[in-house]
Design a protein around this ligand. Structure first.
Ligand code: PYC
Length: 332
């Protein structure tokens, strides 16, 4: 009978969970985090399922595992685990992971206040601030983000015809702005958004192929970003990001914010340096900015930054015992 113990530090980033596996994670093969992600998916995906799904996790659960960097000038590598799979990049996951790693002394940065991170999607630079032992804010300068497709029309049962854009910010997002048949997320309950998102994602992935032009291991539309009226007068925009099978991100979603800034930039709605205050479904906020203007395969692209905060909620020694019929989690 095999019994494995994982020492986890739990936190939340602006309301969305982050479970950092600080002990018990597997040693992975691969020259970089992208190759290690493939190795994890092939040989160790049961760990993700056990720690993310019920009964040890829940629909919104999301986490990370730290690895030594593959390049000596960097500080650490991060693998993102989630109910939806192993994401190439996760913004709220990064903010939570950095907060935990610094506060708990899991990583010693070469330069205080800066962390050089390797993620499966590429290099991400972190600037963080501290007051005493507490990390008070984390700003990540994300991977290149771009608007991948515009005005895709699809018929969503229950909603009718929708016209959506697809943008990449570390994951591929279908961005559903107000339509002729509805005005935004304020018209729906969270349950309705989840239900429509599932259908829409399946349908769009069946009708179209979304592949990163420089890394074909990053493929498929994984998230749906719905937009709508803001709650706070200070916010630039609000979203409800769907992931996994039942989750609406409680944070404003870092890769979603990056994707949406890339969409706004391509449409001339956001300029380099302007603050983009993105509000989540529950009203928490990230501040985004376009740091650099660039191109990818002839398309307009940006290097965005996203800033937010996280808080540690507890320590968790999680046991996964083979004699438990639900050792590797379940979904209903
Ligand atoms: O913050 O990038 C993000 C994210 C992805 C899925 C949930 N949150």
């Amino acid at each position: 009978m095999a019994k494995k113990t994982f020492f986890c530090v739990d936190a939340h980033t602006c309301g969305n969970p982050v479970r950092l596996v600080a002990g018990g994670g597997p040693i992975l093969k691969g020259r970089n985090m992208s190759e290690r992600r493939q190795n994890f998916l092939k040989e160790y995906d049961w760990i993700r399922k056990a720690l993310m799904f019920e009964p040890r996790g829940h629909d919104m659960m999301s986490g990370s595992i730290l690895y030594p960097p593959s390049h000596p000038e960097n500080d650490v590598g991060v693998l993102f685990i989630e109910t939806s799979g192993c994401l190439p990049m996760c913004g709220h996951g990064t903010i939570g992971t950095v907060t935990i790693a610094i506060e708990e002394g899991l990583v010693t940065p070469k330069t205080p206040g800066i962390l050089r991170l390797e993620t499966p999607a590429g290099f991400v630079k972190i600037n963080y601030t501290q007051e005493g032992d507490k990390v008070t804010s984390v700003r990540l300068t994300n991977i290149l983000s771009y608007l991948a497709a515009e005005h895709i029309t699809t018929d969503c049962p229950g909603l009718g015809e929708l016209t959506v854009d697809v943008a990449y910010g570390g994951n591929f997002y279908a961005i559903v702005d107000p339509q002729k048949n509805f005005n935004g997320i304020q018209d729906f309950s969270a349950e309705q958004l989840v239900q429509y998102s599932r259908i829409l994602r399946k349908q769009m992935n069946a009708e179209h192929t979304f592949v990163h032009p420089l890394d074909d291991t990053i493929r498929g539309l994984s998230h749906i970003l719905w937009t709508g009226n803001t709650i706070s007068a200070q916010a630039t925009a609000r979203n409800a990001v769907f992931y996994g099978d039942k989750a609406i991100d409680r944070s404003p979603c870092g890769t979603g914010t990056s994707a949406r800034m890339a969409q706004w930039y391509a449409k001339g709605k956001l300029k380099k340096g302007e603050a983009f205050i993105h509000e989540s479904y529950i009203g928490s906020q990230f501040t985004g900015r376009i740091e650099e203007e660039t191109t990818i395969e002839g398309m307009k692209a940006i290097i965005p930054s996203v800033e937010g905060w996280a808080r540690i909620t507890g320590y968790n020694n999680i046991i996964v015992d083979d004699d438990d019929p639900y050792a590797h989690g379940f979904q209903v």
